[in-house]
Structures are given as structure tokens and as C-alpha cells.
Design a protein around this ligand. Structure first.
Ligand code: RIB
Ligand code: CA
Length: 268
């Protein structure tokens, strides 16, 4: 049976690359929906950006659901300094034809999981975990329905990228992270220790730049901008592909080796 995916994201440049990777493979899995959550930029902008990316990828068939516009119990912290005010530095933003669904993302996640057999659906969160945690809190029965949560977030030895210990997705909504990590779901986590090894080197970028289509040219422009921030901050040769590690795992799991770990959360 084809794998079924729900991608929960906050596009955001690397979320965008992750969606560009996910959207073409209609033969490998079914994307049941894209849910968006406030994170890199506001809910309104992540919604527009997700719908733009679906349109650019000619995936008018995928429903986009708007979720939570703020974290559980702290003010929203966004990342315009990394992704620009519109969230997709490198791409000219436009108002897409695709409109957001009326249903709230949390209700879509709950209803879709409850209607499915256990183990059918994989959740792929690449932003703060507010939507996922809200769904678990509202309907705990979904926990046994979820096949796997494949997420980008956190850090082990690498330290944080917002504070010395906190990675952005966890920092924005630590309570949501606590709820998800306490849920007993199978969770495959791509933290900064992994994603900082996955760099879109400028040599690879040049190769992407030679591909003459809209998505490749957009990816080239995005990653060129995204790379500058990390090059200045970490001296990297290229942008770390944080969120695209999740779809790389779905598409080619053997690219990665995993350790089983206990998770503890520090809010500082
Ligand atoms: O720390 C990196 C994560 O924070 C990525 O998901 C990026 O898009 C931002 O959301
Ligand atoms: Ca993200």
C-alpha cells in the first residue's frame, strides 16, 4: 500500500525545498494534505507560501490547511532575519490561485488519522510542533493511529541555533515539543547534528542552476540566499538543508544512520 503523508510546515526557505522534493513523487506516496503553522513567519504568510509552492509545482490537487497562529503558552518568535519578511527570500512572492481549506489544520489532522487504519499515515512536521501537539491534546486516540512522526528539530551535541541549547522549532514552542515527545509515538528526529552535515554546497548549487525549469531556478535562488546567512554565522560552504532531511529520509532512508535516544527538553 502506498505510504500516506501529512506535511506540517512553516515555509520558510528550507521548508520550501522540502516541499519541492516531496511534491513530484505521486507514484511513491500520497500527500493527503499540507498543514501550516506559524514559525519562520506569520500564519498568513506560511499559508500563502505553501500554496505558492504547490502552484509552482503544479500540485493544485493538494489541500492546504491553516493551523495555529501562535505557540501554546509563549509569544510567537519568528525568523525573518533568516528567511526575509515574506519568508521565501530568493522567490518573488505572489497571491496563489489555490485557497486555504476552511477546516482548521488540527481538525484535518485528527479527522484524517481517525478515519484511517492504524499505521497508515506518517506525519512530517518541519516547523514548531504546535499543530501536532494540539491534535494530540484534542484527540489522544490519534497517537495509536500515527505510523511515524518524521520531524526536523532539536539538537544533541551540536547546541542550538537560537540559544546555546535551543533549536528554533523546539524553541518556538517547547510545550508542544514536550507533548509530542511524551506521546510514545515512533519519532524520527533530524536535529542540527544531522542537518548541519547536509549542506547545499555552492558546487551543487551551480549544478541546480543549470536546470532550466521554474522549480530548479527557484531552488537555486532560495538556496543562494539561505546559504549566505549560515556562511556568515557558521562559515559553512552552503546552506544547511534542515527540513529537506525529512523528505530525503522518506525517499532514500539508507542515506542516514540512526541512534535510539531519550529526549529531554530545556526551555532556556
Ligand atoms: O532550526 C531550523 C528549523 O527552523 C527549520 O525547520 C527552519 O525552517 C526553521 O523552521
Ligand atoms: Ca521549518
Amino acid at each position: 500500500m502506498k505510504r500516506k503523508l501529512i506535511i506540517d510546515c512553516d515555509p520558510g526557505q528550507d521548508d520550501c525545498i522540502n516541499l519541492f522534493m516531496a511534491l513530484p513523487h505521486t507514484d511513491l506516496y500520497d500527500i493527503l494534505g499540507i498543514t501550516v503553522v506559524a514559525g519562520n513567519v506569520s500564519l498568513e504568510k506560511v499559508s500563502r507560501n505553501a500554496r505558492m509552492i504547490c502552484e509552482m509545482s503544479n500540485r493544485f490537487d493538494i489541500p492546504v490547511y491553516e493551523g495555529c497562529d501562535s505557540p501554546f503558552d509563549v509569544p510567537l518568535v519568528t525568523a525573518e532575519e533568516v528567511h526575509s519578511d515574506e519568508g521565501l527570500e530568493g522567490i518573488e512572492v505572489f497571491e496563489p490561485e489555490i485557497k486555504a481549506q476552511d477546516k482548521h489544520a488540527v481538525d484535518f489532522i485528527i479527522d484524517t488519522l481517525m478515519a484511517a487504519e492504524s499505521g497508515e499515515i506518517t506525519l512530517i512536521p518541519t516547523g514548531p510542533l504546535t499543530n501536532i501537539a494540539s491534535a494530540i491534546e484534542k484527540e489522544p486516540l490519534i497517537i495509536d493511529k500515527i505510523s511515524e512522526i518524521v520531524m526536523m528539530g532539536g539538537a544533541l551535541r551540536e547546541g542550538g541555533n537560537v540559544t546555546p541549547s535551543a533549536e528554533f522549532n523546539i524553541f518556538v514552542d517547547p510545550k508542544a515539543a514536550q507533548i509530542v515527545f511524551s506521546s510514545k509515538c515512533k519519532i524520527t528526529v533530524f536535529g542540527l547534528d544531522v542537518t548541519h552535515q547536509v549542506l547545499s554546497s555552492f558546487e551543487v548549487l551551480e549544478r541546480i542552476g543549470t536546470i532550466e525549469n521554474k522549480v530548479a531556478q527557484s531552488a537555486y535562488n532560495l538556496l543562494t540566499c539561505y546559504g549566505r546567512y549560515d556562511a556568515e554565522k557558521y562559515g559553512n560552504d552552503g546552506a544547511p538543508l534542515h527540513d529537506p532531511c525529512t523528505m530525503a529520509y522518506i525517499l532514500k532512508p539508507d542515506l542516514f544512520e540512526f541512534n535510539t535516544r531519550n529526549i529531554s527538553l530545556f526551555s532556556s
